[in-house]
Design a protein around this ligand. Structure first.
Ligand code: PLP
Length: 400
């Protein structure tokens, strides 16, 4: 069976990390994979997480299985992070939240649920989008369509083209939107544009699927929820896939959640029961540790306050590196777009479409040991006070 198997091509982003690790240049810079790095270039465990883990270790009494949909305490804590208590979807019992193994796991479970229960539904994705979206929904067996999103000339959302394309959506189709910090472009809808998008989906009787992997990385926990809250206000049905890899820095714990908003509490319960059958045949029930950490932090006022400070520090460091990169390029008279480098500071989250082309990316890697994915998307969190000058010098050299 295995004799003639050909090796699969390396994952384009994770493969870059392998190449980076193997590079012996002491000044190498990794702007590839989407992991937050602090000022020292490391991805430390948050103090709030360490404290929660200490509590868990002291109080844990069993390693028995969790329920298929995870612990109710975790689901309640996540629902409260997503929606204000006054929100009708919570008050009317129209939202159900399940514990999923990471954002990727939540997306895959959502895909399996759609393929099993709504086989006619297609999923619409932005161009560009996170490169794993298409493979996840292909593997689940969900048909796909694309809508334009990023205007590369203007470094902005092409809202007119997006809304025009969404005219092709059929009732019961699903439209995937990024909750905030759009990956890879860093460009999010404004509050007014969220209203226009929600109105369009309502008109088309479409279901929104919000991939919300960066809550708190853009402008703040509540500020980043404007899209979610607008959609929840205007649409009767919603799927929300959340990840706590980034905002709790829990990458290797694989912790996320899947929330369904239905038109009634009974419909929400029925959907929950169907999703549980999907999970049962995929991985039976979720891993406990990451959920224990997140629940402990969110339910303890002092740990939560500590986490919010740590989250703000990550967000602010990213914003400060965006400014330093833009200033450094300005000082070297390098313009990454026709309108200058200002777009670097208005984009949100870890990612930026830098405007660097394939040739620049190749030269940066070969000549300067600077690793960037081929699309020119950079992870701004890979920039530090120590490497920003070298980075700007290298960009100036390759773009001359
Ligand atoms: N969705 C988007 C847009 C992402 O950027 C990522 C991670 O990079 C994920 C989902 C998946 O997150 P997780 O690591 O929790 O699976």
């Amino acid at each position: 069976m295995f004799e003639n198997v050909q090796p699969a091509p390396p994952d384009p982003i994770l493969g870059l990390t392998e190449a980076f690790k193997a590079d012996t240049n002491p000044d190498k810079i990794n702007l590839g994979v989407g992991v937050y790095k602090d000022a020292n270039g490391t991805t430390p465990v948050l103090e709030s997480v360490k404290a929660a883990e200490k509590t868990l270790l002291e109080t844990e009494k069993t390693k028995a299985y969790l329920p298929i949909d995870g612990s109710p305490a975790y689901s309640d804590a996540i629902k409260a992070l997503l929606f204000p208590a006054s929100s009708p979807v919570v008050a009317e019992g129209r939202a159900v939240t399940l514990h999923a193994p990471s954002g990727t796991g939540a997306l895959r479970v959502a895909g399996e649920y759609l393929a099993s229960n709504h086989p006619e539904s297609r999923i619409w994705m932005s161009t560009p989008t996170w490169p794993n979206h298409a493979p996840i929904f292909t593997a689940a067996g969900v048909a796909q369509e694309a809508y334009p999103y990023y205007d590369a000339q203007g470094q902005k959302l092409d809202i007119d083209a997006m809304l025009a394309a969404l005219d092709g959506v059929k009732a019961g189709d699903v439209v995937l939107l990024h909750g905030c910090c759009h990956n890879p472009s860093g460009v999010d809808p404004t509050p007014e544009q969220w209203v226009a998008i929600a109105d369009k989906l309502a008109e088309k009787k479409a279901v929104a699927l919000l991939d919300f992997a960066y809550q708190g990385f853009g402008s703040g926990i509540d500020e980043d929820s404007v899209g979610l809250h607008t959609l929840a206000e205007k649409l009767p049905e919603l799927i929300v896939c959340t990840s706590y890899s980034k905002n709790f820095s829990l990458y290797n714990e694989r912790i996320g959640a899947l929330t369904f908003v239905a038109p009634s509490a009974d419909a929400a319960k029925a959907v929950l029961s169907q999703v549980k059958t999907v999970i049962r045949r995929m991985y039976s029930n979720p891993p406990a540790h990451g959920a224990g950490i997140v629940t402990t932090i969110l339910n303890d006022a002092s740990l939560r306050a500590r986490w919010e400070v740590e989250l703000a520090a990550m967000r602010e460091r990213i914003q400060s590196m965006r400014s330093k990169l833009a200033t450094g390029l300005d000082q070297r008279s390098v313009q990454l777009s026709a309108t200058g480098n200002g777009f670097l500071t208005t984009q949100r989250g870890m990612f930026s479409f830098s405007g660097l082309n394939k040739d620049h990316v190749q030269k940066l890697r070969a000549e300067y040991a600077i690793y960037i994915v081929g699309s020119g998307r950079i992870n701004v969190a890979g920039i530090t006070d120590n490497n920003v000058d070298r980075l700007c010098d290298a960009i100036a050299a390759v773009t001359k």
